[in-house]
Design a protein around this ligand. Structure first.
Ligand code: NAP
Ligand code: F7E
Length: 350
């Protein structure tokens, strides 16, 4: 018999799928919200072999009633609020939609909790993007926020609402300020997976070049399966609080590129083109997180660091494309993903 019910919003995303697997292994009954799309997006749950073990509830963050319904149906002890329009680049294209989903969506679920059962523990997926530009040293829970994109501004709203419900209504509500975390389940539009997928295809002769934007930006990249465990640990504490989750190392996008090509014996300079379509109206140049508080209070620390992460992502994409070439078919996003060369947007003009 499961001991507890967990509701994960955004169970079809990278973190949602890993967290679902983690919580199932802990004995939870796992419920997850998903959006109705013209083509279902369950590949990550299938890839992790957990699709049959979770209960799916259709809900959209812009539809308050559907969120209330999800909370009523699942009767959760814990809610992990991961659903969001999570792509920073797209938030410049769709700033209003991003505000509705990534910002106001948080209030919709907090209100559902307040009305149905204020004792539910709540995790909010906050982000290192809150810090924005203007920093050059490792960031802590006390560093100032200066959001530099519509995504970051929407997340800042969600961060404060979470804190506000904690203080006003005594909710057990935590902000996890997670720095970038990646994996073979990462969406293909994010730079790490875009690189690992392209490197794998290039090495097998399936692709000739890779177009990228700002190679100078530095990010603190960790491994997603480890980061979802920190979410659970936060909700296990006696008191609700906010925590930075990071590796305390920053690397340039260019370093990721070089390391990824290098891992398959290729020279990146022969394949990579800098393309102005992939620059943002404003980019965050440096992000590095100090996870001392999480280490001290949650006994959490990162294990997979930069080199291992790059190698792991390239290796898995290479194996997938090799299986694909042999005719094997399995749940996977890459074969259906368009070459970004034919995507035009306001900020990504040719
Ligand atoms: P992700 O892969 O992009 O997943 C986002 C999830 O949100 C997907 O399940 C998506 O559904 C769902 N979603 C999007 N719009 C929705 C809507 N209107 N209604 C309901 N669901 C909606 O993101 P992730 O990398 O797992 O990240 C999880 C959370 O952590 C996000 O809130 C993200 O902003 C935040 N975060 C991520 C990182 C990171 O480095 N990964 C770091 C800090 C914070 P579909 O599958 O239908 O698209
Ligand atoms: O960009 C640069 C880009 O899109 C990383 C989300 O999970 O982490 C993520 O946001 C860097 C940026 O992630 C390309 O300009 C260069 O400097 O992989 P990204 P992100 O913007 O850091 C945070 C913590 C979140 O909360 C978000 O939800 O890479 N870059 N060339 C590129 N980025 C992309 N996507 N594509 C390029 O071609």
């Amino acid at each position: 018999m499961p001991t507890k019910n967990a509701l994960i919003t955004g169970i079809t995303g990278q973190d949602g799928a890993y967290l679902a697997k983690f919580l199932l292994e802990k004995g939870y009954a796992v419920y997850g919200t998903y959006r109705r799309l013209s083509t279902p997006n369950f590949w990550r749950l299938q890839y992790l072999n957990i699709f049959e073990q979770v209960v799916l509830i259709p809900a959209d963050l812009v539809d308050a009633g559907s969120m209330v319904e999800a909370v009523k149906i699942s009767e959760p002890d814990e809610i992990y609020h991961l659903a969001a329009q999570s792509f920073v680049g797209a938030s410049f294209e769709q700033p209003i939609g991003t505000g509705e989903i990534t910002g106001l969506g948080v209030t919709r679920i907090l209100e559902a909790i307040r009305q149905i059962n204020p004792a539910i523990k709540f995790y909010q997926a906050s982000t290192s993007e809150l810090y924005g530009n203007g920093h050059s040293s490792s960031l802590t829970e006390n560093s100032p926020f200066q959001p530099s994109s519509p995504y970051a501004a929407a997340k800042l709203y969600g961060y404060w609402l979470t804190k506000m419900y904690r203080e006003s209504y005594k909710f057990f509500a935590c902000n996890g300020i997670l720095f970038n975390h990646e994996s073979p389940l990462r969406g293909l539009e994010f730079v790490t997976r875009k690189i690992s997928n392209a490197v794998a295809k290039i090495s097998l002769g399936l692709e000739k070049e890779l177009h990228l934007g700002n190679l100078e930006a530095k990010r603190d990249w960790g491994y997603a399966p480890e980061y979802v465990e920190s979410m659970w640990r936060m909700l296990k504490e006696k008191e609700p609080d906010d925590y930075v989750i990071a590796t305390n190392e920053a690397h340039k996008v260019g370093e990721f590129v070089e390391k990824a090509f290098d891992s398959l014996g290729l020279d990146w300079q022969e394949y990579v083109e800098v393309d102005k379509r992939f620059f943002r109206p404003q980019d965050v140049n440096f992000l590095q997180g100090d996870y001392s508080k999480a280490k001290r209070k949650l006994a959490w620390r990162p294990r997979v660091k930069f080199d291992k992460l790059v190698e792991r992502m390239v290796k898995e994409d290479l194996e997938r494309w090799a299986r694909w070439q042999k005719g094997e078919r399995f749940p996977w996003d890459a074969p259906n993903y368009p070459n970004e060369s034919n995507i035009l947007t306001r900020t990504l003009k040719v």
